[in-house]
Design a protein around this ligand. Structure first.
Ligand code: SF4
Length: 512
């Protein structure tokens, strides 16, 4: 036996033992009926070339490894940002298991969310009964202060009427008539998780703001958008606004619920925007979105209600942070304190210290549209070249915006932007026009292995490294984190490249 109780092997080594390797070989030979290894290698080589790239980019009816998720995932992300709120997804249970595990794997926290558990009968006759029972169960079992309803594709395909269903459920006593049950239709077959975030947040604000009169005050609303760094970023934004003395409300503040302490108490709900604050946020002078493409409809609604609006694109870097802070200063009349100016100076100093290592390096970036814009701007600021920029959920408008950014810098020359493409397109790009580094989420590790392009993990989800979500990437201090992550990978690669004794180690230096 490869495994025995006196010396329990981890699976890394266990599956390398003879009984397992033999079993895998047999399985391959007798059940998998594979093509000969040389043929597989030949095809693999073919897919690395320009001819295959052209075929790959001509494909229309097939998506391979899209760098996006479906709408309800974003709806759940927005919902947990409100005090005591239970996300309720009308549809199948398997979808919700996916959202919960996706968030739990990224944030390393339990993520609460329920479904109406629609099955075959509901798919045929409609899910009204599931809504009636589901709301009653959720309300009684989990004692939320608000239940935010969204939909999976199943409910949308059959055309369930959420508003009507919720009213009927209230009439039947599932939840009290005055209990808050905002809702949003989030059809998974259009848009992506960022569209779902937008729809859900707009639905929650409409629930509180519709038919209400606005009495303008001087406060500022901040929306973070769908963001894998929400724990670190929202705390950083609050710190900066507090330093400036700006009265603010973070809408959909999920920074605490995904960072609960281990102290013997399970918190199904923690932190979040107070429901009372969400109501009075209607009176704010302005609503600012940190991610334009996550909040297009929500900001439109805020503007309809008479608020000023401004949107940023995942602001990373000196210029992007300057722009954000100056907009806050303009809107509120507050000055930027010396403490923040000092943080700016420290970031500029750090960039100057390291610029020789980053300048001229070539990068490929993929992720959500705003993150790609933020990182592109920062790389250009560093004198690096963001050669391939890809967002599966990027629009034509996004593409034009990235192109304008590239055109504004000498380092953007020869760089290209790809909206609506997937990670199989990225593979072709990395083989035909190689770059020094790839920036993306955990799924990029397969591209790293396949193409040999070192991966810098920035994005969502990051499953295979821990705790990055606790670090901000916005503001001068947040940008410092991004700078360090990039530099760490550059130096790791440099060390790997120079490690052979008496051969390449003339540059295996202690000082970089
Ligand atoms: S795409 Fe549809 S079936 Fe798949 S997880 Fe999303 S809602 Fe569920």
């Amino acid at each position: 036996m490869t495994q025995n109780t006196d010396n329990v092997l981890d699976h890394f080594n266990l599956f390398r033992g003879p009984e397992y390797t033999g079993m895998f070989e047999n399985k391959k030979k007798n059940f998998e009926n594979p093509h000969p290894a040389e043929k597989v290698e030949e095809m693999r080589d073919y897919t690395k070339g320009w001819e295959y790239r052209e075929k790959n980019f001509a494909r229309e009816a097939l998506v391979v490894n899209p760098a996006k998720a479906c709408q309800p995932l974003g709806a759940v992300f927005a919902a947990v940002g409100f005090e005591g709120t239970l996300p309720f997804v009308h549809g199948s249970q398997g979808c919700v298991a996916y959202y919960r595990s996706h968030f739990s794997r990224h944030f390393k926290e339990p993520s609460s969310c329920v479904s109406s558990s629609m099955t075959e009968d509901a798919a045929v006759f409609g899910g009204l009964n599931n809504m009636i029972d589901g709301l009653a169960n959720a309300y009684n079992l989990y004692k939320p202060k608000m239940i935010a309803v969204s939909t999976t594709c199943m409910a949308e395909v059959i055309g369930d009427d959420l508003n009507g269903f919720i009213q009927t459920a209230k009439e039947k006593g599932s939840v009290p008539a005055e209990f808050d049950v905002p809702h949003a239709h989030t059809p998974a077959f259009v848009g992506s998780h960022i569209t779902g975030y937008d729809n859900a947040l707009k639905g929650i604000l409409e629930h509180f703001w519709n038919k209400k009169e606005r009495t303008a005050d001087g406060k500022i609303n901040i929306i973070g958008g769908f963001d894998g760094y929400t724990v670190g970023n929202l705390r950083e934004v609050k710190r900066l606004l507090d330093l400036m003395g700006v009265q603010h409300t973070i809408l959909a503040d999920n920074s605490d619920v995904w960072d609960t302490p281990t102290d013997g108490e399970f918190r199904m709900y923690d932190g979040g925007t107070k429901l009372e604050d969400a109501k009075t946020a209607l009176n704010a002078k302005a609503t600012i979105s940190m991610q334009e493409y996550c909040t297009e409809k929500t900001l439109g609604y805020c503007a309809e209600k008479g608020q000023e609006t401004a949107a940023f694109n995942h602001p990373v870097g000196v210029a992007a942070t300057d722009k954000f802070l100056m907009e806050i200063a303009r809107l509120t009349g507050k000055t930027i304190p010396a403490e923040i100016e000092k943080e700016r100076g420290r970031l500029v100093d750090a960039i100057a210290d390291s610029t020789a290592h980053i300048h001229g390096k070539k990068f490929a970036i993929y992720g959500d549209p705003d993150l790609c814009l933020g990182l592109t701007a920062f790389l250009l600021e560093l004198g690096a070249e963001p050669v391939h920029i890809l967002a599966t959920n990027g629009s034509k408008d996004w593409e034009a915006k990235v192109q304008a950014l590239l055109d504004s810098s000498p380092f953007g020359k020869g760089c290209h932007v790809y909206a609506g493409k997937d990670l199989w397109h990225m593979r072709s790009l990395l083989f035909t026009e190689p770059v020094d580094f790839l920036i993306g989420n955990t799924y990029g590790k397969y591209l790293e292995r396949d193409t040999g392009t070192p991966l810098i993990r920035i994005g969502f989800p990051v499953f295979d490294r821990h705790h990055h979500h606790r670090y901000p990437v916005w503001g001068y201090q947040g940008t410092m984190n991004v700078l360090v992550w990039i530099l760490d990978k550059i130096f790791d690669e440099m060390d790997k490249n120079t490690i052979v004794p008496s051969k390449t180690d003339y540059s295996y230096d202690i000082i970089r």
